[in-house]
Design a protein around this ligand. Structure first.
Ligand code: HEM
Length: 486
């Protein structure tokens, strides 16, 4: 994409190095003279923001590791010591913990950008798949890292997630024990989680290099989704894209800093300030916000399908939710890349974004929580006692407890005034739509979007007309204008 190199060494040292290891030439061709589409919007700055996030996580993580003790008796207090006693330890820890949220926020914007503008389509399939690999590695790294402070959520989160592995037929239990390094979450688990949490960011770094390499082979997509025609459709990466990346990164850092300095605990769970206690299960175990949509999908299945248990079903769906992203470039049949020119797909995409947000909400709720209820609970009864004859008792309310309480009071009154007798009663339960069912519906849309909507819509949708001014290269337009003027 970048064409022949335009690098010219200026000093003797640069010339000497260029003949031996042309690393400066590579940097120049990739980040200075690299042709960038001239119509990129601010969504294209998130790649740079993500790079910054990765570096920040690695640097703060290495400093934290100098003070951290991966032992179940000392892990919690070593983090507290870092926060309270080590100079600027509080800052490093706040940046690292908040940084993971910022990293995921940026990656979600980056991914939805890719989905909207069709950046996963040919010839950028490998670039997209490498992105999905990075995302998977990020999820694994974040999960492993969350266990390290050894708070209540760390311990119980690890227990819940590793437990899901036991649902895999035949090898499930050995795999689970292998992950935990024993029969329960304990010191060996913490040690291996620490080791892997330290390792994986460097693996991510390696895959990011491949990701950017693939990007430089195909060139960047752009909001119109129409490939650049010639050099006149592009501008040099430096200064045009660099300055935009710097500005966007600065704005992002201000938001990041606002969380670090004013709301450091807003995105975490308060229970992680309680040291892990294997004998006390928290009433409500939830992962960090960025994993909630997948947690909702994992819990959505509450019934067995033939030999597939509910637990295994949830696991299959969660793995499937990511696997479907890998094959997305071949599922979307549309010849039009950007949703700018796909009026119907755009509406479905909007619903998809809302569905992902709603899945996140479901993941944070108790599965039994009632989302919507048709009508009220009611108890209708009749109480017959001696000469008083039959007495009707009725109570209605929003919850069964409420209704039982009212009914109980009426019954107690009837017994007090008429003496012992016989009671007959019928309880009417309204239809309740719970978080689990809501998650099922949302999960259905999640998969339908990729497996049905995009493949079918791609064949049936009439795309919006691309204006002539956009379909032609800038250079061709200029030439035509000059010709007209001549
Ligand atoms: C550590 C995480 C990541 C880093 C550092 C990173 C970095 C970058 C950079 C620097 C670019 C070029 C600038 C831009 O388009 O914003 C880019 C483009 C791209 N990335 Fe990522 N990325 C990451 C994660 C992901 C993920 C998770 C996905 C998707 C699953 C993804 C998919 C893409 C695609 C499709 C493009 C091409 C965009 C286009 O030209 O339209 N990336 N990435």
């Amino acid at each position: 994409m970048s064409g022949p190199s335009t690098y010219e060494p200026k000093t003797g040292i640069e010339r000497w190095l260029d003949q031996r290891l042309p690393v400066l030439r590579m940097m120049h061709d990739s980040f200075v003279d690299y042709p960038t589409p001239r119509n990129l919007n601010y969504f294209w700055t998130f790649g740079a923001i993500l790079m910054l996030c990765l570096v920040v996580q690695i640097v703060t993580g290495i400093v934290m590791a100098m003070h951290y003790t991966p032992s179940i008796t000392e892990a919690f207090s070593s983090i507290q010591r870092l926060k309270r006693d080590v100079p600027f330890g509080w800052l490093i820890q706040n940046i690292h913990a908040t940084g993971s949220s910022m990293f995921f926020l940026a990656v979600y914007i980056h991914m939805f950008r890719g989905l909207y503008y069709g950046s996963y389509k040919a010839p950028r399939e490998v670039l997209w798949i490498l992105g999905v690999v990075i995302y998977l590695l990020m999820m694994a790294t974040a999960f492993l890292g969350y266990v390290l402070p050894w708070g209540q959520m760390s311990f119980w989160g690890a227990t819940v997630i590793t437990n899901f592995f036991s649902a895999i037929p035949v090898v499930g239990v050995p795999v689970k024990e292998w992950l935990m390094g024993g029969f329960a979450i304990d010191n060996p688990t913490l040690n291996r989680f620490f080791s892997l949490h330290y390792l994986l960011p460097f693996v991510i770094f390696g895959v990011v290099i491949l990701h950017v390499w693939a990007l430089h082979v195909t060139g960047q997509n752009n909001p119109d989704g129409i490939e650049v025609k010639d050099k006149s459709d592009t501008v040099a990466f430096t200064p045009y894209a660099t300055i935009k990346d710097f500005f966007a990164t600065a704005v992002f850092m201000i938001m990041f800093a606002a969380f670090v300095f004013y709301l450091p605990d807003a995105l975490g769970h308060p229970d992680n300030y309680i040291p892990a206690d294997p004998l006390k299960t928290p009433p409500h175990i939830v992962p960090e916000w960025y994993l909630l949509p997948f947690y909702a999908i994992l819990r959505a299945i509450d019934f067995a399908i033939g030999p597939i248990s509910a637990k295994l079903g949830g696991l299959i769906l969660m793995v499937g939710a990511i696997a479907v992203l890998v094959v997305l470039p071949w599922l979307d049949t549309s010849k039009v890349r950007s949703m700018r020119y796909r009026p119907v797909a755009r509406q479905f995409f909007l619903v998809f974004v809302l569905v992902c947000l709603a899945l996140g909400w479901c993941g944070a709720q108790s599965p039994d929580k009632v989302v919507w209820q048709a009508g009220e609970f009611s108890i209708a009864g009749s109480y017959a006692a001696g000469a008083a004859g039959e007495q009707k008792l009725t109570a209605t309310g929003n919850t069964l407890e409420e209704v039982e309480k009212t009914f109980g009071k009426q019954l107690a009154g009837a017994i007090a005034s008429n003496g012992a007798g016989t009671l007959t009663k019928t309880v009417v339960t309204p239809f309740q739509f719970k978080v689990t069912q809501f998650s099922q519906l949302l999960t259905l849309y999640y998969f339908a979007f990729f497996l049905l909507i995009l493949p079918i819509l791609g064949l049936r949708e009439t795309p919006g007309r691309v204006p002539e001014t956009i379909a032609k290269a800038i250079g061709a337009k200029r030439a035509a204008a000059t010709e007209r003027g001549a």
